[in-house]
Design a protein around this ligand. Structure first.
Ligand SMILES: *[C@@H]1O[C@H](CO)[C@@H](O)[C@H](O)[C@H]1NC(C)=O
Ligand SMILES: [Cu+2]
Length: 122
C-alpha cells in the first residue's frame, strides 16, 4: 500500500513538473512570420501573447534593414537615441524582458513605413 501511494505521489509530482515546464517554456517567434522584418510589420504583434524569456527572431536580408532597440519615444518619433543597441545580422535573436519593448529599423524612411514593432511581455 505504502509503495503504491508513493508511486502515485511521484507520478503526480512528475505531471505537475511537466505542466509547469509546458507553461513556462520560452517561445520563439519569427517577427513578421514568412514576410520577416519588412514593411508594414507593425501590426504583426496584434493578438499574440508574449512572455518574458520568449525570443524574437528578426529575419531580413543583411543590409536591407537593421533592428534598433528604442524606447516609446523612439518608437513614435522613429528617431533612435545615439548609441542605441543595433542588430545587423539579418537573423537577430532578441530575448524579451517583462514589460514593453520597442524595435525599429533606422534606415531612412523605413520606420515611417512601419518597419517597427511594440511588444509587451508578461
Ligand atoms: C538566431 O537563432 C537562429 C536559430 O533560431 C540561428 O540560426 C541564428 O544563427 C541565430 N542568430 C544569431 C545572430 O545568433
Ligand atoms: Cu529597414
Amino acid at each position: 500500500m505504502v509503495g503504491r501511494s508513493y508511486i502515485a505521489a511521484l507520478a503526480l509530482i512528475c505531471l505537475c513538473l511537466f505542466y509547469h515546464l509546458e507553461i513556462t517554456a520560452a517561445t520563439e517567434f519569427t517577427v513578421g512570420d514568412s514576410a520577416g522584418w519588412s514593411f508594414n510589420v507593425q501590426n504583426w504583434p496584434n493578438g499574440k501573447s508574449f512572455k518574458a524569456g520568449d525570443v524574437l527572431v528578426f529575419k531580413y536580408e543583411q543590409g536591407a534593414h537593421n533592428v534598433v532597440v528604442v524606447d516609446a519615444e523612439g518608437y513614435i518619433s522613429c528617431k533612435p537615441k545615439a548609441g542605441s543597441k543595433t542588430y545587423t545580422s539579418g537573423n537577430d535573436n532578441i530575448t524579451l524582458a517583462a514589460g514593453t519593448s520597442y524595435f525599429i529599423c533606422s534606415f531612412p524612411g523605413h520606420c515611417e513605413a512601419a518597419v517597427k514593432i511594440k511588444v509587451t511581455a508578461s
